[in-house]
Each structure stands twice: as C-alpha cells, then as structure tokens.
Design a protein around this ligand. Structure first.
Ligand SMILES: O=C(O)CCC(=O)C(=O)O
Ligand SMILES: [Fe+2]
Length: 313
C-alpha cells in the first residue's frame, strides 16, 4: 500500500464566482461533492470568503480566549449538556481544550458566550466570530444543497432540512507538546462526528488526521487561508443510508519548533427533528440501515455513543 504521506483528500474549489444553482459548474461541483463524500467521507474545499483581516482577527481572538484562566473558561457550561461547554484538563489528552457555542451562528448567542467570560463582553471577538460563523454557515448550506441535488432530491427536501438546522460552533486549541518527543501526541481521540455535516477551519498549524476506508491514516493539510474541511457526520451517514460513511478522525500534534498552538473551529450542523433516509435512497441494494431518530438527542445522549447502538436496524 502507498505510504501515509502520499495520500491526500480530494480538493474542491468553490471560489469560482459563477458557482450558482442551475449553472454548469454547479452541477459539476454537486457530482464532485457526492463522489468525494462517498469515497472519503470528507474533502478539502477552497472557499475564499474569509479575508486576511478576518482570518487574523479570528485567530487573535481565539488566542485571547484560550489565554484566559481555566476557572474563567469553565464558566462556559451548558447545564446537562457537558459536551457543548468547556472541555479541557483531561489527563488522557492534556494538549486539548475546547469551548462550544450553542446556535453559534447567531450574534445573540456569541455575545452571550462572551459575556460569560468577560464582564463587559468582548466586542472584537464577537464581531470576528460572528463574521466567520456566517461564512462557514453559508458554506455548509451550499454543501448540503449540493448533497441533496446530487441524489436527485427536489428542492423541497433541501428546504425542509435547511429550515430546521441547529448550528453548534466549537472553538478548539491544541498546544504543541512541550518536551521533544519522538512520538506525535494525541490532541483529540479518534471519533466520528454526530452532526449531519461539519465545517472545519484552522490556523497554519496542521494536526488533523482522517482514516481512509482501507484503514490508512491521512494527514490533512488545510493550512492555506482559504481552505476548509467538509466532514460527513453520523447524521449524514444515516440519512444517506450509508452511501456516505462518517470517517474516523483525530488530532495529532507534532512537536513544532516554534511551540505553536493549533487553533481550529468546527461548525456542526444538526437537524432539529427526526432524521430519516429519504425513500429515494432506500432500495434493494440499499435496504434501510437506521430507524428514524431524533438527531439532536444523538448529540445530547453521549459523545461516544455508537449510532448503530442508538438507532441501527
Ligand atoms: O480540530 C480539528 O480539526 C478537528 C476537531 C474535531 O474533530 C471535532 O471537534 O470533532
Ligand atoms: Fe470531529
């Protein structure tokens, strides 16, 4: 088999200005999205909507945020839903810290988040995160529309899905290991996302690894400013009746010379309602794999729950 280093995820380009539903380039992009998701469960996309100023602003704000004392960061908690709040100080993954913002594409909730951490809020952080979240949401909506279209599902399906989406924004910081160690250190354990789709973005420090269908691990380089990763979650896997599989992934930190922290953002899309495979995607070759299920409950139930145990047929 080819070595890890040689394998790469497909890279799609969404910067073309004529990428509008109905256009030729749109139809081509729909097919590429479906193919990439069916083959790898994720892909890198170049999407040039985040200007340099916003890019710098977002990562400066994230540094300011994660530089706060731990007690302050712990104020970001969601009663009964620990996985939306502050995660850190875990012995097994000491390099990892993250914080969630529920419905994190709304200015209201971003401001609420900032107010929990700073007595007078944080105007710059709110502005930067809100601008970023809107762009990531736009990208997610575009990808979802392409997925629906590529399976020949009419606009009503997409409208119904999109009319009821909940976005969880997660901000992550992974420190580089302090001591010089030969082995790369785990930043985030191997998992699949529970979302329908996830949009990831990072600063210039790489660390994400994705498992291929044949069990090899790929290092994902999405360090260029305009690069994002689109990842299929368990929701999309169930909805697509396993035509698309949510890939295993993890974060692995190397000892980078400058001791730099990796900052990343994940926008997780959930369907607020009962998710089920459309009839068009059920046939003899693809018998129904999952019972209809409450998508948000899958997230709230447990981060580690296996979807097969939760609603497998
Ligand atoms: O930081 C990343 O690139 C990935 C984060 C991730 O996989 C997650 O939060 O589910
Ligand atoms: Fe993930």
């Amino acid at each position: 088999m080819g070595s890890e280093e040689k394998m790469k995820l497909p890279i799609l380009n969404f910067t073309k200005e004529d990428l509008k539903p109905g256009s030729n380039s749109w139809s081509i992009a729909c097919e590429r999205v479906r193919k990439a998701l069916e083959e790898h469960g994720c892909f890198v996309v170049v999407y040039d909507k985040v200007c340099d100023e916003l890019e710098n602003g977002v990562f400066n704000s994230m540094k300011e945020l994660f530089d706060l004392p731990t007690e302050t960061k712990m104020r970001n908690n969601y009663e009964g839903m620990p996985l939306k709040g502050y995660v850190g100080q875990i012995p097994k993954i000491p390099l990892h810290e993250s914080m969630g913002i529920d419905e994190g594409t709304t200015l209201h909730n971003i401001q609420g988040f900032a107010q929990k951490l700073w007595p007078n809020g944080n105007h710059h952080l709110c502005k930067n995160l809100f601008e970023y979240a809107k762009i990531a949401e736009e990208l997610d909506r575009m990808v979802a529309r392409m997925i629906f279209e590529s399976y020949g599902l009419m606009e009503e399906h997409y409208e119904a899905y999109m009319g009821s989406t909940s976005y969880l924004l997660r901000l992550l910081a992974h420190k580089s290991p302090k001591e010089v160690v030969d082995e790369p250190q785990l930043g985030l354990v191997c998992h699949t996302d529970k979302s329908f789709t996830t949009i990831l973005h990072q600063n210039h420090v790489n660390g994400l690894m994705v498992e291929t269908k044949d069990g090899n691990w790929i290092h994902v380089d999405f360090s260029p400013t305009n690069s994002f990763v689109v990842m299929a979650g368990d929701g999309l896997m169930a909805w697509s009746n396993e035509r698309i599989k949510s890939p295993n992934h993890k974060v692995v930190m190397n000892n980078n010379k400058k001791n730099e922290t990796r900052y990343s953002l994940g926008l997780f899309a959930f369907y607020k309602g009962i998710l089920q495979a459309p009839e068009k995607l059920i046939d003899e070759e693809h018998p129904l794999k999952y019972k209809p299920f409450d998508h948000l409950a899958l997230l709230n139930f447990s981060y580690s729950v296996n979807i097969k145990e939760y609603c497998g047929m």
